[in-house]
Write a protein that binds this ligand. Structure first.
Ligand SMILES: O=C(O)[C@H](O)COP(=O)(O)O
Length: 212
């Protein structure tokens, strides 16, 4: 029997609230984001996951803060944690700091949707989902997956697009399907993997439909 992999997107950030492209910029969580992260922790606790072996997070404070708030709820504040920029949000390049509605007015709804959700079209000066995956997938294979296959319970607090890259592979989504996938903030996804690293089961502890 292999272990458990939990993926959770950080709670709402100040720039999510202001509707700005964020990428590698480093805004803090909002009050709502703090509440979402705590709720994610409570959901894990209620589910019975209070004994993680290790946690991973990005180099960005919104993900690190989310992880801290979750671990406070599961009673694991001292848990070994590895931070790595391989798990950072996709680099939004020249869009970073721009308002998403202003960008739609300037470039059109469809172009902005393609930049935000397509597999291989990068925003100007930034990373496509494929580019993001090119750093997330090897990191997952080398650092995270071996621990899960060894039976550990592993928690990953990261970002909308670094996690979409992982979910694309875990859920075997096509390029068309990934266009439609949005991850809600603070909602844990609990995966159990088979020994061949494919997914045995997936449970979502919250409401993903609120994602946009
Ligand atoms: O970096 C950002 O702006 C957000 O965290 C994710 O953005 P998206 O919803 O446009 O992918």
């Amino acid at each position: 029997m292999t272990g458990t992999l939990v993926l959770v997107r950080h709670g709402q950030s100040e720039w999510n609230l202001k509707n700005l492209f964020t990428g590698w910029r480093d805004p803090a969580l909002t009050e709502k984001g703090v509440e979402e992260a705590k709720a994610g922790g409570v959901a894990l606790k209620d589910y019975g996951l209070t004994d993680f072996d290790i946690a991973f997070t990005s180099d960005l404070s919104r993900a690190q803060h989310t992880l801290k708030l979750i671990l406070e709820q599961t009673g694991q504040t001292g848990l070994e944690t590895i931070r790595d920029q391989a798990l950072n949000e996709r680099d939004y390049g020249d869009l970073s700091g721009l308002n998403k509605d202003d960008a739609r007015e300037k470039w059109g709804e469809e172009q902005v949707h393609i930049w935000r959700r397509s597999y291989d079209v990068p925003p100007p000066g930034g990373e496509s989902l494929k580019d993001t995956g090119a750093r997330v997938w090897p990191y997952y294979m080398m650092e995270i997956l071996p621990r899960v296959l060894a039976g550990q319970k592993v928690l990953v607090a990261a970002h909308g697009n670094s996690l979409r890259a992982l979910v694309m592979v875990l859920d075997r989504l096509s390029r068309e399907e990934i266009l439609k996938l949005n991850l809600a903030t603070g909602v844990p996804m609990v995966y159990r993997l088979k020994a061949d690293s494919t997914v045995a089961s997936k449970e979502v502890l919250g409401d993903m439909s609120a994602a946009h």
